[in-house]
Design a protein around this ligand. Structure first.
Ligand code: NAP
Length: 276
């Protein structure tokens, strides 16, 4: 078994994830795994970094596929005996002009951004080594969507006692409410992406609390963040930040020094903690 530290970035064949891998290859003292659902796209991305003189390793990972997540889990367990850095970056967003019915957009978006990310966490968080770092890439859109929720929903999402099961129930209810076209009446905002990222931010707050309760002595730091508005296939060419600039806050959180006792359980943008 290798004692080399290991970092994994989900959805990193392009965009912000790719830039996070590039930065980690330069700064992380260990093996860095670029992962992609499509091995061809993943290997191409690794080769691109190689041309820059950087060495990333590749492992397949489709966060929508539990078998794929478990294969990565078993690989990490066997080869490294755990994991030091996990960046949950993979995500999707329908374009504004997309005419896919809202209920389908809600189901598909939540499936990857919330349920997929949660499944990765369920399988990989138990592998996190002491002083490990977990970064969940959310979005400022989650804060905006939270403000557009009913007072009752806002209270639940800001609660310091909400459980993961309760959060899953709420995310499932959102998808069901969109199918019945009652989501606005039920207090939800009209954004599937926004609700999926509320899920990611609240999940991060819950997971950080669980780490405090169950693994306090392990000093693992877990946070959610927004990369900013970044020029990628998702956000388009008018966005203000380059992918490398978008990677800065996630990488800062992934490389917090071992004597740091925070941030933990926070939502950050531009390396600044924001009130949820
Ligand atoms: P992007 O260029 O579209 O890249 C998304 C990445 O996620 C791609 O590598 C994609 O792989 C991967 N992915 C999607 N579904 C996946 C799945 N089921 N399993 C594994 N990988 C999957 O988007 P981006 O702008 O870099 O976004 C990265 C993260 O930042 C997302 O979580 C996004 O919500 C968040 N974010 C972005 C912005 C922005 O302005 N760009 C702002 C706030 C937050 P494929 O190539 O196979 O599709």
């Amino acid at each position: 078994m290798s004692s080399v530290p290991v970092a994994v970035v989900t959805g990193s064949n392009k965009g912000i994830g790719f830039a996070i891998v590039r930065a980690l290859c330069k700064q992380f003292p260990g093996d860095v795994y670029l992962t992609a659902r499509d091995p061809g796209r993943g290997q191409e991305a690794v080769a691109k970094l190689q041309e820059e003189g950087l060495r990333a390793l590749f492992h397949q990972l489709d966060i929508d596929d539990l078998q794929s997540i478990r294969a990565l889990r078993d690989f990490l367990k066997e080869k490294y005996g755990g994991l030091n850095v996990l960046v949950n970056n993979a995500g999707i967003a329908f374009k504004v002009r997309d005419t896919t019915p809202f209920a389908i957009q809600a189901e598909v978006t939540l499936k990857t951004n919330f349920f997929g990310t949660r499944n990765v966490c369920t399988e990989l968080l138990p592998l996190m080594k002491p002083y490990g770092k977990v970064v969940n890439v959310s979005s400022m859109v989650s804060s905006r969507a939270l403000r557009d929720c009913s007072q009752e929903l806002q209270k639940k999402f800001r609660s310091d006692t909400i459980t993961e099961e309760e959060l899953v129930e709420l995310m499932t209810k959102f998808v069901e409410d969109t199918k019945k076209s009652v989501h606005e009446k039920e207090g939800w905002p009209n954004t599937a992406y926004g609700v999926s990222k509320i899920g990611v931010t609240v999940l991060s707050r819950i997971q950080a609390r669980m780490l405090n309760e169950k693994r306090k002595g392990d000093h693992i730091l877990l946070n959610a963040c927004c990369p900013g508005w970044v020029r990628t296939d998702m956000a388009g060419p008018k966005a203000t930040k380059s992918p490398d600039e978008g990677a800065e806050t996630p990488v800062y959180l992934a490389l917090l020094p071992s004597d740091a006792d925070g941030p933990h359980g926070q939502f950050l943008s531009d390396k600044i903690v924001h009130t949820w």
